[in-house]
Design a protein. Structure first.
Length: 336
């Protein structure tokens, strides 16, 4: 029997974080469009391979990689499986298992994440392909009227069912209830919605007999909406975030890996650093970033073989900056 608690601890090993490389076909196409590269299976494999083969980053700063269904099955040009490249760097391969957020019927502007049908069988297959953990993202939008209790309940229930199925398969579930940054809401409103969401999520996890020592929480930071007129300081964001978690997240959860949720690379690092300057939190507080680990790397690559080294360097730099932030030791000067 796999020891899910040991895997969960490895996922939140001090100084390391998780690379989210599980962009759906639509999302990776948008990213590639931004650098005028065609989103072919070969190009997607190649780009991700460069990241996974970046030894400095993978060995020192990355504890795990969330993969998309296509990627967990891919090999590099020499025929080496990408999951093996990840494992040999001392990192854990994981898999995104949800089927995306779909409109919640009769509820305007709210979504529910689908993918529970056939999940038990899929988890069995992913485990045989090398996945040690999985990810399921619930999406909670904010306005003055939403989220409705129904939206929080439905998504929370799905997260709990998914988590129980993962643990049954010996796979650690990443529990990702994302309260979106989209909108003009205040940081106080984000606090309120995040608190309500996390309270319900942990209620449901306990009801479904999920072992909290064998999960990893991937939440949003408590932060102002993207279009808010006020922009809180990193210290305000850190205090609000940690206070919210102290009210809602049980101390036996081994670690919390933040999503970047639309923050720029440096913002995501700066806010994580401020959070880790706060002492006395019972969890390891780290990162599971997609864009905030990859934006510079993607720009450096431009789809060209001769840029692979620059792409690796950019990825290593971001991973290192975020590693420093997990210890509260990052400074702006180190960015240069």
């Amino acid at each position: 029997m796999t020891d899910i608690n040991e895997i969960a601890k490895k996922m939140v090993a001090p100084g390391k974080g998780i690379l989210a490389a599980d962009e759906s076909s639509g999302t990776i196409k948008k990213r590639f469009d931004s650098i005028n590269v065609e989103s072919t299976e070969d190009n997607r494999m190649n780009y991700r391979r460069i990241l996974f083969e970046t030894e400095e980053a993978m060995k020192n700063y990355i504890s795990g990689v969330i993969l998309f269904d296509e990627t967990i099955r891919q090999s590099n040009k020499e025929g080496k499986k990408l999951v093996d490249i990840i494992s040999e760097a001392g990192s854990l391969p994981g898999i995104k298992v949800d089927m995306g957020a779909k409109e919640l019927a009769m509820m305007s502007g709210e979504t529910v994440t689908e993918g529970l049908d056939g999940l038990r069988e899929r988890l069995e297959e992913y485990s045989s392909l090398g996945a040690k953990f999985a990810k399921w993202r619930a999406v909670i939008a904010i306005s003055d009227e939403i989220p409705s209790p129904l939206c929080i309940d439905t998504n929370s229930h799905a997260l709990a069912r998914y988590s129980a199925l993962c643990q049954e398969a010996g796979i650690v579930p990443i529990v990702e209830p994302e309260v979106l940054m989209d909108g003009s809401h205040s940081i106080e409103r984000c606090y309120e919605v995040t608190k309500n969401t996390l309270t319900k999520v942990f209620d449901d996890l306990v009801k479904h007999k999920v072992d909290l020592t064998g999960i990893c929480l991937k939440p949003n930071m408590v932060i102002d909406g993207k279009d808010s007129s006020k922009k809180s300081s990193p210290e305000e964001i850190a205090n609000m975030t940690v206070n919210c978690f102290k009210e809602t997240v049980p101390s036996e959860v081994p670690g919390i890996v933040f999503l970047s949720g639309g923050q720029s690379e440096v913002e995501a690092t700066e806010n994580l650093n401020a959070i880790n300057k706060i002492e006395g939190t019972p969890w390891n507080l780290s990162f599971s970033y997609g864009r905030a680990l990859q934006a510079s790397a993607l720009q450096a690559w431009q789809g060209l073989q001769e840029n692979e080294e620059e792409c690796s360097k950019a990825f290593s730099h971001r991973a290192k900056m975020n590693s420093l932030a997990t210890k509260g030791m990052w400074t702006k000067d180190q960015e240069n």
